[in-house]
Ligand binder design. Structure first.
Ligand code: GRF
Length: 204
């Protein structure tokens, strides 16, 4: 299955997927990287793996609505069956949800519905959580509110900082994303309300 990755950051999650996809039997093939950040580390990783890239900067557009449309059109140029948000730090607008809704996965560094939003790791620490983790969801119109596909728990240590905790989460999250994306790509899935069933027909 053709997968487009959206990333704004260092891209270590995408790297894990690219390495897994070297194996023909993985079932998912990354066909493009779309980012909103021209200096994103993910761009260097994509180039290292020979993956086409596209930068769609919010500053280049007159309005958010025009950027939303440009992002959707750019994703569409890669003709994906699946879209993976791997550290993409902007909300996808209506145009992307209309075109790819039900086929957009996002990974979040907390055990949703706990600690949604841009600071899930910091919020778990501030909340005194003893266990946090990571979650793969199918993206809907809300912020980290879509149906949950997979989760993994990560312990919080007393001496953790946001950085040490996030690194420990990412170590677990990479594996969760690789395994979940591979299963969805190979077996298909259906979303019914809040539940995602893997192994059923794929809504393409
Ligand atoms: C991941 O933990 C993701 O859940 C969060 O940002 C991190 C992305 O890391 N949104 P990277 O850019 O893939 O290294």
């Amino acid at each position: 299955r053709r997968v487009v990755v959206l990333a704004s950051g260092t891209g270590s999650t995408m790297r894990a997927v690219l390495e897994a996809a070297r194996d023909e039997s993985y079932g998912a093939r990354v066909v493009g990287l779309v980012t909103d950040k021209e200096g994103a580390g993910a761009l260097d990783i994509a180039r290292e793996f020979g993956i086409p890239t596209a930068v769609v900067r919010l500053a280049d557009f007159e309005s958010r609505a025009l950027w939303d449309q440009a992002i959707a059109r750019t994703i569409a140029t890669f003709d994906p069956e699946l879209v993976l948000l791997a550290g993409f730090m902007r909300m996808l607008g209506e145009p992307s949800l209309e075109r790819f809704g039900g086929r957009i996965l996002n990974t979040h560094p907390a055990l949703l519905p706990a600690y949604p939003g841009a600071h899930g790791v910091r919020d778990a620490l501030a909340g005194g959580a003893k266990v946090t983790g990571c979650t793969v969801i199918v993206v809907d119109h809300g912020v980290d509110t879509g149906p949950i596909v997979a989760q993994a728990a990560v312990e919080v240590r007393d001496d953790d900082t946001e950085a040490t905790l996030h690194e420990r989460i990412k170590g677990v999250e990479r594996g969760l994303v690789v395994r979940t994306l591979g299963r969805l790509a190979r077996e298909g899935w259906t979303v019914t309300g809040r539940s995602v069933r893997i192994g059923a027909a794929t809504p393409t």
